[in-house]
Design a protein around this ligand. Sequence first.
Ligand SMILES: [Zn+2]
Length: 419
Amino acid sequence: MRKSTFALFAASLFQMGCTTTATTTDTQTGATAMQAQEAKQPPSSTDALAPRLSGNPRTLDMFKKGYEGCYDRASESYAFVVDSHNHFRPFGGNAIPLYQMSDYLRRLGVLFVNIYGIGQTLPIDSGCEYYLDCQGTDVIPTIKNDFRNASNVLEYEPEGVHMTLSMSFPNLAKPALVEPQIKLLDREYPKQFKWMGEVNLVKQALFGNNHKATTEAQIGQWGPFMKILEERKIPIAIHSDLGCSEKVNEDDFECGAGERTKYLHLMDKVLELYGDTNKIVWVHMGLSKELTDIPPAEHIDILKERLDKYPNLNLDITWGVIWDYYFSDSIKRPDYVNFLNEYSTRILPGTDFVALHTKDYLSYAKEVQKTSQINLYLDDNAFRNIALGENYFRLFDDMGDLGDMSAYTAPKICEVPAN
Ligand SMILES: [Zn+2]
């Protein structure tokens, strides 16, 4: 067991320094009004963090079954306790060391995390760190990420944070390779991987790097590896863009009119073939930088129809892009808040952080802050299910000895006394 004593010491100093300011947001006026007020003026990227995010650190004990306390939304962090979508490996270049990421997570009270590699990596001899800076360079899924993440977790064994390793290697367009690679990880790291993703069914942002949409015929060949996931009850998190915005400027992504749902048929094929048997997480609700103008009602109808039809389908609402283009918009937001409250048992939160070495604690904290702001608008039931991790814990319930979340549950929310 190793950890950075200095990092822990620094973290506790930081927390001590902020504790006194944390209570200044206490109020008898009710969490929702106060929190919504705070969210109306979202801090800009250069502003400091809201003190409540790191000033009153949560611990794993608060999420253990038998914990007697309640969660006070008025004074405690509004950040999610689960980051279900965090890439510990970058597209290229070096990563933030795992012990440092553990420290960032603890300081922010993000106590449960899925460790994703990255579905598409840039070649190590290309010198590239970000795919959009290296258009024309192929991005290729590789199992190297998963080996490095597993090796790091076993070497550093983080304390105070619960980490779940995810298989990020599958190339969905080459399904025959997936089963043998699962077996390879089984041999080298037995029972360590409890999630699969993020895998790219179709990701338009990567088209410039020779990524192509997976075809329906290829989806039809996923049977052998989806069977393994089904038997182990392992969720698969799939990036599948819905489509693209209408082209307005010359610089916009190449897209015609009426193509906002041009790729929906691919996700539908996945659901038709595997939606009854497998736990599927549709990441970013199908949204992306390439689709910034779908009307909320149209988008939500698409989601509801599929959630109603496939009880094993979940959505992840990760990525700052969703806040920027949808949730931050006071016209669009109410529809989404109603939807998240109504379907609150089917939603997973997180950042979609990419742990490139040039980033630091503040980079991650700001992404947590941005992607958590929607939590301020949720009702108590949805806040508990989504932000406090109840949905995430429940996903592991039927995994037998592979699941290790049985000790955890979300605390109940404190009742706000009536005036
Ligand atoms: Zn991602």
